[in-house]
Design a protein around this ligand. Sequence first.
Ligand SMILES: NC(=O)c1ccc[n+]([C@@H]2O[C@H](COP(=O)([O-])OP(=O)(O)OC[C@H]3O[C@@H](n4cnc5c(N)ncnc54)[C@H](O)[C@@H]3O)[C@@H](O)[C@H]2O)c1
Length: 382
Amino acid sequence: MRILIIGGDGYLGWPTAMHFAARGHQVAVLDNLQKRKWESELGVAPLAPIASLKDRAEVFQQKTGHPIEVHIGDVGDEAFIRGVLSSFRPEAIVHYGEQPSAPFSMIDAKHAIISQANNVLGTLQLAFAMHDLTPDAHLIKLGTMGEYGTPNIDIEEGYLDIEHNGRRDRLPFPKSPGSFYHLSKVHDSHNLMLAAKLWNLRVTDLNQGVVYGTDTDETVLDPQLATSFHYDGWFGTVINRFVTQAVAGEPITLYGTGGQKRALLNIRDTLQCVEISALNPAAPGEFRVFNQFTESFTVQELGSLVVEAAQPLGFKAETKEIPNPRMESESHHYNPKNSGLVALGMKPRLLTTEVLQQMVQWVASHKDRIDRKVIMPTVKWR
Ligand SMILES: NC(=O)c1ccc[n+]([C@@H]2O[C@H](COP(=O)([O-])OP(=O)(O)OC[C@H]3O[C@@H](n4cnc5c(N)ncnc54)[C@H](O)[C@@H]3O)[C@@H](O)[C@H]2O)c1
């Protein structure tokens, strides 16, 4: 399969590109390197040093013999994206290329507008380019479980069967997200649902949970193939941040009481789910939605699991409640469904002590690069 990975320089995009290439697919990555600029604006850096995208692709080819084609540019740049689609002719496109941080989008008007303009307009540009140039390609678009918010009913996969005033219909599941970042994903979903309907595009919208982890089969082949692991209050996802706090000897900070629930998955399962989606494409005109996660926990439970994993390895880990910078319910119903990917064969890797201890050891091997000043949240939602 010819597969284009948009956002291929990122935490998930780079391992995804290697994963497909290692399995013999023809892979191209596209990235505008904007994340690296946002990192320097905020004064943060990935925990392990990350070589340039071109250098990483070269090292990967030396190690495995598999080439990865690199395109540097913006998915929202009409001439650029059309040039890449025309030359590479992808059969599948995995779109990770967005601003991925809720706190970043909540800094101020400028950052909310950057997040929504980058994410929504980039995806719209891509949809039009696909319509004109690669109408049969399958778009696999990364959304988030945060799009749903925490309604007081079970969360279905994308659609809800409703009876209203004696009539029935199957309608998009109501979304009630809690940040301008998460809203950008909702807007993407609506745009892509229309694009699929109007132009017969094949679209899979993956509402992904919070990803954790450091290693995949390919990142461990060489230190230069490591992925961009963040632990800071901007881009660091919850477990990645907690493990780093434990290694740094800092308290594991729960936002509020830590009673809020999160759907999660291992980075290896991101690759598994995206591969399953690519190998089982949506039908022409179908806007297919999968909830992409394996387990859910309260933030308090996650903190305790990290403590239990880190202490036997000699780290003095403990949890601490801090005022919640976000506006979110800390006690709520949460029962999201994830049967779509499971039905297609997804085998979850669970969050075990062993998995957490591997993360602790990897983070400890980069302990000297941890900047304690960037871990705590600084943006308040109100
Ligand atoms: N990491 C998670 O836990 C998680 C959870 C749910 C959803 N997601 C979504 O998955 C995707 C990937 O997340 P990630 O953690 O790898 O983020 P990331 O920031 O590490 O990677 C995104 C990449 O996209 C690039 N990019 C951004 N805007 C672009 C544009 N306009 N044109 C071209 N490239 C662009 C960035 O430079 C970056 O390299 C994002 O869309 C994110 O919202 C991530």
